[in-house]
Design a protein around this ligand. Structure first.
Ligand SMILES: [Zn+2]
Ligand SMILES: [Zn+2]
Length: 370
């Protein structure tokens, strides 16, 4: 029998951390903090940490790894599993990180007689993965943050076998949306192409979305693309992990993007700028330098962000998925078909939410028409 403790991330957006115990042994799935000013920790205690056999990390965003220092503080010295790219993206390193190699994707990796796992790509950011875990008699699926239709990143699922799943954790981050990412890319391109004399500014996050949009625009507009150095450094990971990509053309895109530097620019009529969303001063500077510039938002504004105020009425919104939407969640649930599913990463789903409940609440969940 599995004992599951949600230490954060269900019924809220952030601090994803799930503790699963059976027969006195335990594992932890992600260890994140809230993405707020206080960086609120999950409800993890020293007693939880003492029982852990292994910790599985899905990707490097702080709502999945921000509480790793707590493990260190409480003396956890077991293995900390993650992909090579995730390890590379962490702000701090930990002695007990165990990375798995690309060649091992989809194979059973044995930790002990009681514990083994498979991993595969989840399409959310370079290096992000899902896990299928065999823990004593139980089989568990953890989606991590998942994007079914990234333009650049592969997303896979475990191969089916007769055993099925006892428990699954499925990302429900965009349950209130119905979006096809490729259509959003087309809409953004059409908008930009119609605004020839307006520089475009994308406040950008370190997620798959930014590389998807930059690559698509590189291929579908004639505009100059200027990407901030911090973001370019993140794009380097894409070149290092070609097995994670849908196509092998990213190398060419990155080389071209690297030849344009934000810092060197003094004037430009209609370039497309990718600036980290936390860098409000550069965004303000570009807006005052170019009176016709337009800011394009592609997701929710972070809690406490001042950006909406900075850009005022010079913004346009296109929503690009970085999590599964309503239809993706139904499809993932049906494919995984676990005895019990816990939907995480949304204020709209709780520990009690079932697939039937999601389907029944269709009208309540949507925040906008199709
Ligand atoms: Zn994430
Ligand atoms: Zn997340």
């Amino acid at each position: 029998m599995l004992n599951v403790e949600i230490l954060g991330g269900v019924g809220e957006y952030g601090r994803n951390c799930f503790y699963v115990e059976t027969e006195g042994r335990a594992i932890l799935l992600d260890c994140g903090v809230m993405n707020n000013h206080e960086k609120t920790s999950p409800d993890l205690t020293e007693a939880h940490v003492a029982k852990l056999d292994a910790v599985f990390i899905s990707h490097s965003h702080i709502d999945h790894v921000g509480a790793l220092p707590l493990l260190e503080q409480w003396g956890y010295n077991g293995q900390l599993f993650m992909s090579k790219m995730t390890a590379q993206q962490l702000k701090h390193t930990y002695e007990n990180i165990t990375i798995f190699q690309p060649e091992s994707m989809g194979n059973w990796l044995t930790i002990s007689d009681n514990l083994s796992f498979q991993w595969g790509f989840s399409g959310h950011v370079i290096g992000s993965v899902w896990y299928k875990i065999r823990f004593l008699e139980e089989v568990i699926f953890f989606s991590g943050d998942y994007v079914v239709d990234s333009y650049l990143l592969k997303a896979t699922l475990p191969t089916e076998d007769d055993r099925g799943y006892d428990l699954a954790f499925i990302d429900s981050g965009h349950i209130e949306k119905r979006i096809k990412n490729v259509e959003v890319l087309q809409q953004i391109t059409k908008f930009i192409n119609a605004k020839q004399n307006c520089p475009i500014i994308f406040p950008s996050s370190f997620s798959g979305k930014t590389a998807d949009i930059a690559t698509y625009l590189f291929q579908h507009t004639a505009r100059e693309l200027i990407v901030d150095n911090e973001l370019l450094a993140f794009f380097e990971d894409y070149v290092e992990a070609p097995e994670n990509l849908m196509s092998s053309t990213f190398n060419t895109v990155l080389t071209a993007l690297k030849s344009n530097h934000l810092q060197d620019k003094t004037e430009g009529d209609n370039a497309i700028y990718f600036v980290p969303e936390h860098d409000e001063s550069t965004i303000s500077k570009l807006l005052s330098e170019f009176p016709t510039a337009i800011v394009i938002f592609t997701g929710y504004c972070k809690n406490g962000s001042n950006l909406k105020h900075v850009v005022q009425n010079r913004a346009k919104q296109f929503f690009y998925k970085t999590h599964p939407d309503y239809h993706d969640i139904i499809e993932l649930s049906q494919k995984i078909n676990a005895q019990k599913i816990i939907y995480f990463h949304s204020q709209l789903t709780t520990k009690e939410t079932t697939l039937l409940k999601i389907i029944g609440n269709e009208d309540d969940i949507y925040d906008e028409p199709c």
